[in-house]
Structures are given as C-alpha cells and as structure tokens.
Design a protein around this ligand. Structure first.
Ligand code: NDP
Length: 327
C-alpha cells in the first residue's frame, strides 16, 4: 500500500455526495492500494445528515478507509487535503438572475479557494462539480495564488461520457471503440461535443453520421441531458455525476491511454483562441499527474462558431464575477 491520501468532499450530504463517497472509500478514486482519509464539509444545517452518511461509510468496513471527519469549518476541511471535490454549490432557484447565482456562489468558492491556499497539501488537486462549475473553479483559483492554477479544474467528464454513450448507441458500437472525443467550452447548454477528431474503428466519427443528426439530435441531447433526467427521474442526475467525478480524478492521477484523450475544464493558456486564464473544457491528456491540453488540432467550420459561442459565455461569466470583485 501507498501513503494515505486526504480527500475533501464539500456538499457531502447532498445527492451527488451520497453517490460519490462510497466509491471514494472503496478505492475507486485513486486506485486499489491507496488508503483514504475522508473530510466531509457541509453547511451547519446539513452536518447531521453528513454524519449519518459517515456512519454508513463506517458500516461498510472499507479496508482502505482510514478515517472520516465531518465539519462545517472550511479551514479544517482543507487541512492537508490532496484531492478536493467541490460539489456543494448554491442551486439556482426560480426567478434568480445569473448574476445573483454567481454572487451567491462567490460566497462559497472564494473562502474555499482561500482555505485551499492556506491549508491544503502542496500537491492539492481540485475538481469543481458544483454549478456553474467553470466559473466557480475560476473564483476558487483566483483566491489560491500560491497553488499552481493548473490544479483547479471543472468537471465536463459527465458531458464527455454522455457524448460517448450517445455516439456508441448511434453507431451500434461499444463505448470502448470510441477514441478522441472532446467537449469544448462551458459546462452548460452551450457546450460543444466534437466528433470531428473522434475516431470509431480508426475512422473519423463525424464522417460516419449525418451532419443533421449531429446538429439537431446529438449536440442538443448531450447538452440537455441533465434536464431530460430531471424530467424522467423527478430528481437531478447524481450517480452519473458522481461517476464522472471519479473518472476525472482517476484519469488525472493515473493518466490517459496512449493515443487517446478525454475532456476536462482546465485553465486556458490561450490555445484555440480561448482567452488565457479562463477555465474551459478542452481535449486533454493526463500524464504524470498533470492534465495537458491537446495541441495542434484543426478546428473545422462546423465546430468553430460553436466553440466560440460557448467560450463567449465563459468570458461573460468572468466579466460578471469581475464586476462583483470575485476574481
Ligand atoms: P447535488 O448533490 O445534486 O448537486 C450538487 C451540485 O452539483 C449542484 O451545484 C449541481 O448543479 C452540481 N452538478 C454538476 N453536475 C451535475 C449533474 N450532472 N447533475 C446534477 N448536479 C450536477 O445537490 P444537493 O442539493 O443534493 O446537495 C448539495 C449539498 O451541498 C447540500 O447538502 C448543501 O447543504 C451542500 N452545500 C455545501 C456547501 C459547503 O460545503 N460549503 C455550500 C453549499 C451547499 P445544478 O444544481 O445546477 O444541477
């Protein structure tokens, strides 16, 4: 066994938290021989519920689970943290403007960024799941000047997985036969799932489907899947979101397969016309514990305006949080 890893989960009493924690504790986040110390952060009124989940985690007698601590103290929650999963966020309520939502989330992600900066382990890696994930990640990152910016990421892996599954169904292949799919931009309805570099059976996926299916079915199905699940299930997607969070961190730590890539919201270095500093989804490889943007792809005429529109939304969100003094 290796040395233990401290994993902090915020919003631990929420429904994603409930689907996530048992998988972390069973060893699926990092690997089967890394012991886990869990820290669960909740707001005071949800601490009791999180303690209930902690009791169940104890009752699983997971061999790798070394400790569980529940707290409502942000500073304590991130003390010595190696992996921070920021799941808790302020949900959009009816009649709430986007600016209000970003402001409310600023009140959560600014202190969390500060606490990570002050207390986390030197190798801390942060994944933001709570929406609006890209801009929440930007806010946290802006308040952690001593942590390399690349350690702050936002989750678009669920969008990636949804796109893989829809394409596999369309072509009648297994998801394991698809390589090099990519989600670009914001984790929102404007996101762009790109099939022009994706390969199925060694051939480009975009050439194996009709253009109209791509624009009228595939892209909207992937982008609006969250709403479709709420409609069907009567509750938002939780297990699939938790699964994607596990995938995101597992890949970050263990790497992508040779010749393949995945999708993650990472800090832009200006590649592909995405303004530097924005946290945008890109095709990424992972190696030696680092996500790297895939370089040198040609962006075709179908993709360019779609990527630009999603990136513009990120620019607008950054302007809004700048106006609020949050970044
Ligand atoms: P969930 O666990 O269902 O969701 C948590 C966050 O994940 C939301 O912001 C949600 O965004 C987001 N999310 C991202 N991707 C997805 C997806 N594919 N499907 C669904 N959600 C997604 O919310 P709950 O309300 O059940 O739980 C939230 C918990 O967070 C509560 O227990 C609350 O007390 C806690 N909280 C903790 C804080 C802290 O620790 N400091 C701060 C704020 C809240 P969206 O709603 O837009 O779908």
């Amino acid at each position: 066994t290796r040395s233990p890893v401290t994993v902090t989960v915020t919003g631990a009493a929420g429904q994603i938290g409930y689907a996530l924690l048992f998988r972390i504790a069973s060893g699926q986040l990092i690997g089967p021989d890394t012991p886990i110390n869990l820290r669960l952060l909740e707001i005071p009124q949800a601490v009791k519920a999180a303690e209930g989940t902690a009791m169940e985690l104890t009752d699983c007698a997971f061999p790798l689970l070394r400790s569980i601590e529940v707290t409502d103290d942000t500073r304590r929650a991130f003390e010595g943290t190696n992996i921070a999963l920021l799941v808790g966020a302020r949900p959009r309520t009816q009649g709430m403007e986007r600016g209000d939502l970003l402001e409310a989330n600023g009140g959560i992600f600014k202190p969390q960024g500060e606490a990570i900066n002050a207390n986390a382990a030197d190798d801390v890696r942060v994944l933001v799941v709570g929406n609006p994930a890209n801009t929440n990640a930007l806010i946290a990152q802006a308040h952690a000047p001593d942590v390399p910016a690349e350690r702050f990421t936002a989750m678009t892996r669920l969008d990636h997985n949804r796109a893989l599954a829809q394409l596999a169904i369309k072509l009648g292949v297994g998801v394991d036969e698809i390589r090099r799919l990519a989600i670009w931009g914001n984790h929102s309805a404007t996101q762009y799932p790109d099939l022009f570099h994706a390969e199925v059976g060694g051939k480009i996926a975009a050439e194996q489907v009709e253009r109209q299916w791509m624009s009228d079915e595939f892209i909207p199905t992937v982008a609006k899947r969250g709403a479709a699940i709420i409609e069907a299930r009567g509750a938002s997607s939780a297990a699939s979101a938790a699964n994607a969070a596990i995938d995101h961190v597992h890949t970050w730590v263990n790497g992508t397969a040779e010749g393949d890539w995945t999708s993650a919201g990472v800090v832009s270095d200006g590649s592909y016309g995405v303004p530097e500093g924005l946290i945008s989804s890109f095709p990424v490889t992972a190696r030696d514990g680092r996500y790297e943007i895939v370089r040198g792809l040609d962006i075709d005429e179908f993709s360019r305006p779609r990527i630009d529109a999603s990136v513009q939304e990120l620019v607008d969100e950054r302007e809004t949080v700048r106006g609020l003094g949050l970044v």
